[in-house]
Design a protein around this ligand. Structure first.
Ligand SMILES: [Fe+2]
Length: 432
């Protein structure tokens, strides 16, 4: 039998005492099979901490999500899987620290990885950093049919609509060695945007049974290919959640698609959850991890000058969030360029003081739109930085400061194109 571990391994959803281990077997018979797993304290697997057997079921595309508990907080572990005589590559992972910890957390963030648009070189560099945790803010796959002028080709080129289509799309993307390396380097905590289902979809779409079937299929395939802690139920999948790193960083992952309608980005339940955590969290940095441009962004030229698909479509909801958490940090993406912004209670008042910071991550591979960056920077004084390189974010949150590097790719590799610190008010660019 051929190697069944062609899609790599992953870990995710770190808690102080637990982690999820993931793989998906390919080329196995269409029935339940058993796969063995091991978690070790060292890279050579001389000290095995836990081991066991997991069932991989055909109805979940032979994916496994092993829930390991009872681990040490803030500790590094290594894991691998075995099926028959085949052993997977080994992954590195790390639990979240103790709730009282004040140790800094090193994180990375990526998004927008359209396969035909380019190679995943950004992930090779991200993997080499071995961060404590990796966030992904959406467009992990693109449902659309193969783009014109592909740098590399999909195997199934049509638009994904069925469970089989979405599974095939993930399988193509996840065969990439650099993406596999990024998963094997650190635990991931992902959230999604629109292209995991359909371009710019909102909530229940047109409400038709056909759309809800399609959405359920897309959510199922997403679950099958990522190291999530919860599985889909009744056509939905709970994605909004927090992952807390001691007393230092409270990362709040948002779902800006599933509950959305014309009047709300998050839906009432998710907004209530967010506002109440923002108001009560004892943690130094409250960090929104979500896809969409959060600061006001007026684009001069023909209307619409404010993009309705971003937070500019829900300014009242945005104001409620900003009002609940002075010193908020927002990590976002979606627009395929790097930007850095100061957040304000009143974006239109030049004397309104900055009350937070936003770092917008460029794409791993997706092509950028035509952007007149000078015009946007000129029209929005609170937007302070633009860069057009593909790349990712690399950051450190500590008890006293929050630092973010915008990483850009060029012929020589990945370099810091700009680095900022925030003290919870504005942003300060630092020399690197
Ligand atoms: Fe994208």
């Amino acid at each position: 039998m051929a190697n069944p571990f062609t899609l790599g391994v992953a870990s995710g959803e770190p808690l102080p005492d637990g982690i999820i281990l993931w793989t998906r077997l390919t080329g196995v018979p269409n029935r339940p099979v058993e796969v063995r797993w091991q978690l070790a304290a060292d890279e050579r697997f001389t000290t095995i901490v836990r081991q066991g057997t997991a069932r991989a079921l055909p109805e979940w595309a032979h994916s496994v999500h092993v829930r390991v508990a009872g681990l040490q907080a803030g500790a590094e572990y290594f894991y691998r899987f075995r099926f028959g005589s085949h052993v997977s590559t080994a992954g590195r992972t790390r639990t979240a620290p103790d709730p009282a910890s004040v140790a800094p957390v090193r994180f990375a963030l990526a998004n927008c990885q359209r396969y035909e648009h380019g190679l995943y070189t950004a992930y090779r560099h991200l993997a080499a950093e071995r961060p404590d945790v990796v966030f992904h803010v959406g467009d992990y796959v693109y449902e659309a049919r193969q783009a014109a002028d592909p740098v590399r080709r999909l195997d199934r080129t049509g638009e994904a609509r069925t469970l089989a289509d979405y599974r095939a799309r993930y399988a193509r993307y996840k065969a990439d060695p650099d993406l596999q390396a990024a998963h094997a380097a650190a635990p991931w905590v992902p959230t999604w945007d629109d292209h995991e289902v359909a371009d710019n979809y909102r909530g229940r779409g047109d409400g038709s049974a056909a759309f809800l079937r399609r959405r359920a299929a897309a959510y199922q395939a997403y679950y099958e290919h990522l190291p999530l802690r919860v599985r889909p139920e009744g056509g939905g999948l709970r994605m909004y959640r927090r992952r807390t790193y001691g007393l230092v960083a409270d990362f709040m992952l948002l779902d800006v698609r599933q509950y959305r309608d014309a009047g709300s980005m998050l839906g009432a339940e998710q907004e209530q959850w967010l506002l109440s955590r923002l108001a009560s969290s004892p943690v130094r940095w409250k960090v929104l991890v979500q896809p969409l441009f959060f600061a006001r962004r007026f684009v001069p030229g023909p209307p619409p000058n404010l993009r309705p698909d971003s937070w500019d479509g829900q300014p009242a909801e945005r104001a409620r969030i900003l009002g609940a958490a002075p010193g908020l940090v927002v990590l976002s993406g979606d627009v395929h360029n790097h930007w850095a912004c100061e957040l304000k209670a009143d974006f239109l008042d030049p004397h309104s003081p900055p009350i937070g910071a936003e770092f917008v991550c460029s794409a791993v591979s997706s092509r950028p739109p035509e952007t007149d960056a000078d015009a946007v920077l000129g029209a929005n004084p609170h937007i302070r930085f633009f860069d057009a390189h593909r790349g990712y974010l690399s950051g450190t949150a500590g008890p006293s400061g929050f630092r973010v590097s915008h990483k850009g790719l060029d012929a020589s590799g990945a370099r810091t194109v700009a680095e900022f610190i925030t003290d919870g008010k504005g942003i300060i660019r630092v020399d690197v």
